[in-house]
Design a protein around this ligand. Structure first.
Ligand code: GDP
Length: 523
């Protein structure tokens, strides 16, 4: 993670600088001057720059500014950042005149302590530890360039241990792919059988009573704290602020949180309000936002269409979010439903992308052979190449699938930076040529405010006539109850969530439980 810190006076005089890089800070200064930065709380600003791929936080206090930047995909607890910036300003005020070395040491300590990894939170550790019924870590070994797995620890994103990346075959090669296959297991209890269908369970189905009690206790915690603070009825302004902060603390982007709370305020339209009434209205609003307004019954859709031709789904998203892993999870589930699946390798840019899919397909073939289903899975690939190669590969795959009676074609696409117009432009051409029945964007639960822009840019990338069909929100297992990215993405686009990814095995895929997610956001 790249990050930097600067302390300066309103005159522009720099008092302290870590990492000796001032140029990205020009953007944050400009965003404050132009008032384009979001004011999270009085004197505390945040903004993101698609140009430098940085997210800024800046605190103005005691006649000084302290600003920090991190990589744009990083999500940090803004309260914690505010505190560390407060401490930094305190150190400057205290030591600036008397001892500059002491000042520098104090700031450096605060800065490094803030970014230092801390031990994993209990829930996160539990969820990431493979159990006997899940995938064991393959012995592939990490290659240079393999993607790093990150997880949420005490309000920070940290790199996870390599051995937690069970399904990361981004460094796969032909020689190690055979070894990877030997280790793959799945959780046979993860899906439910009903009327000849294999259905994906809901998020947190089968959660133990003690977990439910914990979440009920947490709910009571926040709720009683704020009830006690305000008494029974309270000034609507104060209540709105408390609930806005609550939503932001769950990873909902500040402008999105404000929009939601403003809607409720307008609906209530009173000067004072009972906390219970406000919370009820907020719950209803969040449920409304997350409830899909189109059918999410993918099995029904596929069965209907595949009588006459293969059903086509393409998977899009930024690099490393879990596109190929979740595509493989979908494939596993469809195979369980006796469907013939063709996986098409249309990430023809990133070296290793085709091999990565090959490993998944080999694993899935092996799992499928022993499962008693009559379905089949194959990989369609035409190697690497630019220009029209992607579109041609997709078209050939669809024609091949039609000839050989595949029910479904799952097309993997190259990961791309959503803010880079040059990389996003080919999506329109691809969408027009492959004309998929569904376009699914995989988005990470780990991403904070930037998830809004990611969702909007991908939704707009296919031209006026079509947009994204669904989201799959990956890595929900790594964020605890900070599930605000779901609201950010759905609210920005009105695109519903189809599934959520809850881990690194082929059965770590769940249907969204709107109620549970809303409980987490409001507790
Ligand atoms: P892509 O570049 O978007 O295709 O990303 P990959 O599918 O290669 O996934 C990147 C990393 O994220 C790999 O280590 C995956 O195992 C991991 N990953 C994907 N989905 C999940 C998930 O739901 N939970 C967790 N914990 N890890 C995931």
């Amino acid at each position: 993670m790249s990050h930097s810190l600067i302390v300066f006076e309103p005159s522009g005089l720099v008092i302290y600088m870590q990492n000796q890089k001032i140029s990205p800070f020009n953007e944050v200064i400009l965003s404050i001057v132009n008032e384009s930065a979001t004011e999270v709380s009085p004197g505390f600003f945040t903004s993101a720059s698609p140009v430098s791929q940085k997210r800024f936080y800046c605190l103005s206090s005691k006649g000084l500014y302290a600003a920090i930047y991190v990589d744009i995909i990083t999500t940090l607890d803004s309260d914690k950042i505010k505190h560390v910036l407060q401490d930094v300003i305190q150190a400057v005020v205290k030591f600036r005149e008397e001892d500059v070395t002491k000042m520098n040491t104090a700031i450096e300590f605060l800065f490094t302590e803030f970014f230092k990894s801390k031990p994993a939170a209990k829930a996160t550790e539990r969820e990431l530890t493979p159990t006997t019924s899940t995938v064991e870590t393959p012995t592939t070994g990490k290659k240079k360039g393999a993607k790093k797995m990150r997880k949420w620890v005490n309000g920070e994103l940290v790199d996870a241990d390599v051995n937690e990346s069970a399904l990361d075959y981004s460094g796969a090669s032909a020689e190690n792919s055979t070894r990877a296959q030997e280790d793959v297991k799945v959780d046979s209890a993860a899906f439910t059988r009903q009327n000849n269908l294999v259905l994906i369970n809901e998020l947190y189905d089968g959660e133990s009573d003690s977990d439910s009690e914990t979440s009920a206790a947490n709910a009571k915690g926040f709720f009683s704290k704020i009830s006690a603070y305000f008494g029974s009825a309270a000034d609507i302004q104060e209540v709105c602020k408390k609930f806005t902060d609550q939503l932001i603390s769950k990873n909902i982007a500040p402008p999105t949180a404000k929009l939601i709370i403003d809607r409720i305020r307008t609906k209530i339209n009173l000067k004072t309000v009972l906390i219970t009434d406000f919370k009820q209205a907020l719950t209803e609003e969040l449920i409304k936002i997350l409830t899909p307004n189109v059918s999410t019954d993918l099995l029904y859709d596929i069965k209907k269409v595949s009588k006459s031709r293969p059903y086509v789904i393409s998977i899009v998203g930024v690099n490393g979010v879990g596109k190929s892993t979740n595509l493989a999870k979908l494939a596993y589930w469809l195979l369980q439903n006796n469907m013939n699946v063709l996986i098409c390798a249309c990430d023809t840019f990133r070296s290793g992308a085709v091999e990565q899919l090959k490993v998944h397909v080999n694993n899935l073939q092996r799992l499928n052979n022993g499962s008693g289903t009559e379905s089949k899975i194959e990989l369609f690939e035409k190697g690497y190449g630019g220009g029209d190669h992607v579109v041609n590969t997709a078209k050939l795959a669809i024609a091949y699938a039609a000839t050989l009676k595949f029910d479904i074609v799952l097309i993997d696409t190259a990961g791309r930076t959503h803010s880079n117009a040059k990389l996003m432009a080919p999506l329109k051409k691809f969408g027009d040529a492959a004309n998929p029945d569904k376009i699914i964007m995989v988005g990470e639960a780990l991403v904070g405010t930037d998830s809004v822009e990611q969702a909007i840019n991908f939704n707009n990338a296919f031209g006026n006539k079509r947009g994204l069909s669904f989201f799959i929100i990956s890595k929900v297992d790594t964020v605890g109850d900070l599930v605000g990215a779901m609201i950010n993405m759905v609210m920005a686009t009105k695109v519903p969530i189809l599934f959520v990814g809850t881990g690194q095995t082929y059965t770590d895929i769940k249907k969204l439980s709107v109620k549970r997610v809303v409980d987490m956001l409001t507790s």
